[in-house]
Design a protein around this ligand. Structure first.
Ligand code: NAD
Length: 330
């Protein structure tokens, strides 16, 4: 299957090249998918895209006209694709439903520990040859209450790690994970109760209509003072403006964000020559108690190998019988 790969990053090239085989031939391009580049895939039956490629209805119509019938996502999330339109046009879409949930779960733990132990402030002081410790008092995680929103693959891996730290774990999900309950003794409860009791709240649910801006001023108000918020899921789950306000009033003690609501216009590109116009992002990243990583939670060797392998497998399945086990539907 001839596949045009949009938004190929240097870091993933070697893994994609290694994974391709005689059934799937990839053409790698660093160009992102948009109206100006959509015709690059003319003559290809399949394309592969990244989370920054917005696949809207007009793009899908053009893809269809170009002969594209399959879209292999190199991500878990598929909120960037209009699945309704894809299904209407009979274009199949498959994701990589799992690839090292540890990569993301461990990154969430990294954000928590860095914030709890004031790593950002400490590094800034060190840069000024100030080696005093007075601003760097942290707290033990053992015995603290961690609230987890979404206990799927990543959330449950995260829960198991925090269980090992000796934390008390509260979880909120629309579907309870019985196995996780038995293995880690976590308690499922309401979102409100999580807000009331948790010292740290970590988000691991998908972005959809129900979770868009789920974290807003109203929810922050219900949280413990000084709570730490971690988001490695999707930026749009948090109303960033409300978060900034809550950080400024001290309601929220710190935030660790691997994703940002308007990240598509910022992340994944070198932008040192162009001034960022997103004032919200600029203000947020200047806060001493906010640690932002640029959507890198997934970026481990193991995860990249797995993403490449599953992407190729999805394309192989389509080339053999037009069905893939990882199809996502509307
Ligand atoms: P998953 O599908 O295994 O788990 C998601 C969980 O969220 C499920 O248990 C589901 O029932 C729950 N959920 C759905 N709607 C909910 C709601 N309204 N309220 C509460 N819970 C809800 O997915 P996963 O592999 O654990 O990934 C979770 C998210 O992490 C993905 O959707 C993706 O957006 C994000 N992600 C981020 C990165 C990164 O690099 N930062 C990498 C991979 C995935």
């Amino acid at each position: 299957m001839k596949t045009f790969v949009y938004s190929t990053h240097t870091y993933e090239k070697i893994y994609l090249e290694e994974a391709q085989n005689n059934l799937v031939k990839l053409t790698l391009s660093s160009k992102s998918l948009n109206m100006a580049t959509v015709n690059l895939c003319k003559g290809y039956t399949a394309i592969s895209i990244f989370t920054t490629d917005l696949v809207t209805a007009p793009i899908l119509e053009q893809l269809h006209e170009n002969g594209v019938r399959f879209i292999a996502l190199r991500s878990v999330g598929y909120d960037h694709v209009s699945l309704e339109k894809a299904s209407e046009l009979n274009i199949k879409v498959a994701n990589v439903p799992h690839y090292s949930p540890n990569a993301i779960a461990e990154h969430a733990v990294l954000l928590i520990l860095s914030l709890v132990r004031k790593l950002k402030i400490g590094q800034q002081l060190m840069g000024q040859n100030d080696f005093r410790l007075d601003q760097l008092i942290g707290f033990d995680l053992k015995g603290k209450t961690i609230g987890i929103i979404g206990t799927g693959l990543i959330g449950s891996t995260f829960a198991a790690i925090l269980h090992g730290f000796g934390c008390k774990i509260l979880a909120y999900d629309i579907q309870e994970n019985q196995k996780l309950k038995e293995e880690t003794g976590i308690s499922y409860t309401s979102l409100e109760n999580i807000c009331e009791k948790s010292d740290v709240i970590s988000i691991h649910c998908p972005l959809n209509n129900a979770t868009q801006h789920l974290f807003n001023a109203h929810l922050f108000e219900q949280m413990k003072n000084n709570v730490i918020i971690i988001n490695t899921a999707r930026g749009g789950i948090i109303n960033t403006k409300d978060l900034l306000d809550a950080l400024k009033t001290g309601k929220i003690g710190a935030a660790g964000l691997d994703v940002y609501e308007h990240e598509k216009a910022i992340f994944f590109e070198k932008r040192q020559d162009s001034k960022l116009t997103d004032q919200l992002f600029e203000t947020l990243r200047k806060q001493p108690n906010v640690l932002i990583t640029c959507h890198q939670a997934f970026l481990t060797k193991e995860a990249l190998q797995e993403i490449a392998k599953t992407t190729i497998n999805n394309l192989v399945e389509w080339s053999e019988n037009s069905n893939s086990n990882n199809e996502v539907t509307f």
